[in-house]
Write a new protein. Structure first.
Length: 421
């Protein structure tokens, strides 16, 4: 499990997201099912931001032309502080959604630090980020073209000595993004093979620079999510409960990560959501929001978390902010519809779901869940026949289980003479 794919992994794990069941519905959208036991002890306090080896004196701080984080990362990775600082600036632009600015920053780095492959990698990440905001494959062709170019540039960089930890980290990112992208297309064996290749590069990066703290994000996500999956089913071998350890590792990266602190924060939010600790999830998401108020992924997750907390007006405010940031975003219409449905604003919810259903880049599960939600709206309005047909359509798309159950309940109520359609 690699590092720079935290946004992808988080959304892949929850798919369209979790949703509490209505009184007569089993409509959870969690990808990881089952009931988790309580955490065995609260995670310990995160590590200090910088350890004693990296902590400069006040005079040193005043005399340095770059932020201290650049020197910390340079020491960990044995890189030029200017290079580390430029990467941090470029990633910050990514989180801010300044995708053109990020491309410009990394392309300029290629001139100052040639043969580092950063320009090709950032192009790949931008195309992936644009798809993540809608959770679609709209730029699939551009993504694969840029990912192939990134691999080629990294192969060339790796053929020369030096920068081994950084180069293996980048290759892990490229392969990891490919793995998650492939997994979303249900090509599981190919995705697993890519994931193993990514993990191999992570270990090579760790071997070259054992003190590079950002690598603990991969460890933390692995320990947490493997525990969740194996605790949720009897079909897999027992891994033990390493969730607390995983959370602690993610917290360390959040506090002291060179490049991946915001991603660690988002990863923690998903973990707290899986634990049904929506208050802690909200706190994590708010930490990211303070730095990146217009980040669509963070705001989308914040809005869904408000839905789980039944704070529907706040969820709708967050979705309105996304619409203002990017009026062309379509995924927001689905979650806005769920918030409106929960708020019993059925006509507005129907409008949102129908808008989303008209999007040309929907996956089957997105179609089926939207049709199912439309059926819920129609049922709430006692439009029994229309609701049954919507549930039927959802079931026909991909065998949607909740839709099938809803159809069965409507048929039983009709048989019992309680409704007619």
């Amino acid at each position: 499990m690699n590092l720079l794919t935290t946004f992808v992994l988080g959304l892949a794990l929850v798919g369209p997201g979790t949703a509490h069941a209505e009184p007569e519905d089993d409509d959870s959208e969690k990808m990881v099912g089952g009931t988790l036991p309580p955490l065995s002890g609260a995670p310990r306090s995160p590590v200090k931001e910088f350890d004693d080896d990296h902590k400069p004196s006040l005079d040193e701080l005043k005399s340095r032309p770059l932020p201290n984080e650049a020197y910390v990362g340079a020491k960990m990775l044995d890189l030029d502080p200017q290079f580390v600082n430029a990467v941090q600036v470029g990633l910050d632009q990514m989180y801010q959604r300044d995708y053109n600015g990020a491309r410009d920053t990394f392309e300029a780095m290629e001139e100052t630090f040639p043969n580092t492959a950063v320009g090709a990698v950032i192009d790949m990440l931008v195309w992936q980020a644009l798809m993540l905001e809608n959770f679609d494959y709209k730029y699939d062709k551009q993504y694969w073209t840029s990912s192939k170019a990134a691999r080629g540039a990294l192969d060339k960089a790796m053929s020369e000595p030096g920068n081994e930890s950084w180069e293996h980290l980048l290759m892990a990112a490229v392969l990891g993004v490919e793995s998650i992208h492939t997994m979303r297309k249900t090509q599981y064996l190919s995705a697993l093979n890519l994931a193993f290749q990514a993990m191999d590069h992570i270990e090579k990066s760790r071997k070259a620079n054992p003190d590079f703290i950002d690598l603990q994000l991969a460890d933390g996500m692995y320990n947490y999510w493997r525990s969740v999956v194996t605790l949720s089913t009897n079909a897999l071998p027992d891994f033990g409960d390493e969730r607390v350890k995983g959370i602690e590792q993610m917290q360390q990266v959040e506090r002291a990560g060179v490049f991946l602190a915001p991603m660690a924060t988002l990863s923690l939010a998903f973990s707290w959501m899986e634990e049904n600790d929506y208050k802690q999830a909200a706190q994590a998401l708010a930490r990211n929001e303070r730095r990146y108020p217009d980040n669509i992924v963070n705001n989308m997750v914040t809005g869904t978390n408000f839905i789980y907390m039944k704070r529907y007006p706040e969820a709708l405010e967050r979705f309105a902010k996304i619409e203002k940031t990017d009026p062309k975003n379509m995924r927001v219409h689905y979650w806005k519809g769920v918030a409106l449905l929960r708020s019993k604003k059925h006509d507005e919810a129907m409008s949102s779901f129908q808008t989303y259903l008209g999007y040309e880049h929907l996956e089957d599960y997105q179609k089926s869940w939207t049709l199912y939600r439309i059926g819920q709206v129609q049922r709430a309005k006692q439009q029994w026949g229309e609701a049954y047909e919507s549930f039927k359509q959802a079931s026909q798309v991909d065998g949607h289980k909740a839709a099938k159950a809803a159809m069965d309940r409507l048929k039983k109520r009709k048989k019992d003479g309680k409704i007619d359609f």
